[in-house]
Design a protein around this ligand. Structure first.
Ligand code: GLV
Ligand code: MN
Ligand code: MN
Length: 424
């Protein structure tokens, strides 16, 4: 098949990445949390790009932007290419949007070549994958697979605004959240192209590779309740300093993480302190705990171990605590058939070596795997830097990735056509 990845296509992707990168709620850096103004404007832009490409586009109650290219076959299943359009705070331009924009280009090519699809090809921009606002990742993809938990609507952000209120403010339809799913029987598969967010492709000098699996992840919110007091008068040995307790625990998290080497990464990335005044003993601390492991049982065991440690610190320091599991997702294996097809596509695109690596980062594929076979392509990003404004993908790697995406969707079309020919 003719390879139509042109300079013009890559320039369009790069320009669009930059356009989205300029849509931020913070004047000093890229920050596009779920449900904010920048988030909504970027969703509108994605709708216009999808429509221009020839997709029929809808937006569901949570804010997923769903473009579909229908097959003429009424019994056709759905194949979904997707990624997310929310970001972390102080983000880079590529984490999420690159996968969406590649999907849009694949659709453009299919229409240009007038290819008949044996399945409905969907390009979906998920509204929330990072979970940066409500500490619940995959809000978008959970809706698509009917895994959205009603209790999440009551969760509040740092300003006390609930998810329910954010959806209403954005004129989202709460009922639609429970109806906007693709039934399990109608799924053919899911494919996500995403930056690697790690250094292996740089080390191996490769533009892209297969993803073997996605690590299990548990997010916990921890609150320490001590006693505020005067920093000048209260004796050191009588204090119930919530920050000192949290600090002791954070170092324990690091120690256990370091001991485990490749089996665990453990991070406290967010911490709020009250009253946060220099001459008052901290009375309350609230912080996150993000634990990931390729080994599900190990992650459960280490979570229990850390909770025991927390209990011990709280008892010794005479503090109360609250331990709330915000989300717990098991590890996910990428589907072997899709992986083989993707591997062939990588090789036929001219990449001279095929490697596969596990993902420590979470992706919407985690949610989708509950109902469909999933596959992922990793794309090299400079020095493996991500969740950082220095995130960068070279245009020639974007071109390589698009070639692979094109070849992969062609492979799936051929495989599906073969299947239906057999059944005729
Ligand atoms: C998302 O990037 C995550 O892995 O938390
Ligand atoms: Mn991502
Ligand atoms: Mn991310």
């Amino acid at each position: 098949m003719e390879n139509i990845v042109t300079n013009e296509t890559v320039i369009r992707i790069v320009n669009r990445l930059n356009q989205l990168g300029n849509l931020s709620d913070d004047a000093n850096c890229l920050s596009r949390f779920y449900g904010t103004t920048a988030h909504k404007v970027s969703g509108d832009l994605l709708i216009s790009w999808m429509e221009t490409a020839g997709l029929v586009v809808t937006k569901d109650g949570i804010g997923n932007i769903k473009g579909i290219l229908q097959s003429k076959n009424k019994k056709a299943k759905h194949f979904v290419m997707g990624s997310h359009y929310d970001t972390v705070f102080n983000a880079g331009n590529y984490d999420g949007p690159l996968g969406i924009l590649l999907g849009i280009e694949v659709v453009k090519r299919i229409l240009k070549e007038n290819i008949q699809l044996p399945f409905h090809l969907n390009v979906i921009a998920f509204a929330d994958e990072e979970g940066a606002r409500f500490n619940t990742a995959y809000l978008g993809s959970s809706v698509l697979v009917k895994e959205f938990d009603k209790t999440w609507l009551e969760r509040t952000d740092d300003d006390g605004v609930s998810l329910n209120d954010v959806i209403n403010e954005n004129k989202g339809d709460i009922d639609d959240i429970f109806n906007a799913f693709i039934p399990k029987k109608d799924w053919l598969g899911y494919f996500e192209a995403h930056i690697e967010q790690g250094p292996i492709l740089c080390k191996e000098n490769l533009p892209v590779c297969l993803v073997s699996s996605i690590a299990a992840q548990t997010r916990i919110n921890i609150e320490w309740f001590g006693e505020c007091g005067h920093a000048g008068t209260y004796p050191m040995d009588l204090r119930n300093d919530a920050l000192c307790a949290a600090a002791e625990f954070v170092l324990e998290v690091e120690k256990i993480g370091r001991e485990q080497k490749t089996n665990l990464v453990a991070t406290v990335g967010k911490l709020n302190l009250e009253p946060n005044v220099s001459n008052v003993i901290p009375g309350r601390v609230n912080h996150s705990l993000d634990l990931r492991s390729p080994d599900d049982l190990f992650l459960v065991a280490i979570t229990k171990k850390l909770k025991r440690k927390l209990l011990e610190i709280a008892r010794r320091r005479l503090l109360k605590y609250k331990w709330s599991i915000m989300q717990a997702n098991p590890s996910v294996l990428c589907d072997s058939n899709l992986k083989q097809a993707l591997g062939r596509s990588i090789i036929s695109s001219g990449v001279n070596q095929l490697i596969e690596i596990p993902s420590g980062a979470g992706h919407d594929a985690v949610m989708i795997s509950k109902v469909a076979p999933v596959s992922m392509l990793f794309i090299r990003c400079k020095a493996g830097i991500s969740h950082n404004p220095l995130e960068y993908v070279a245009p020639h790697d974007i071109a390589e990735a698009l070639k692979v995406c094109d070849n992969f969707i062609n492979e799936i079309i051929i495989l599906e056509n073969k299947k239906s020919n057999k059944h005729e």
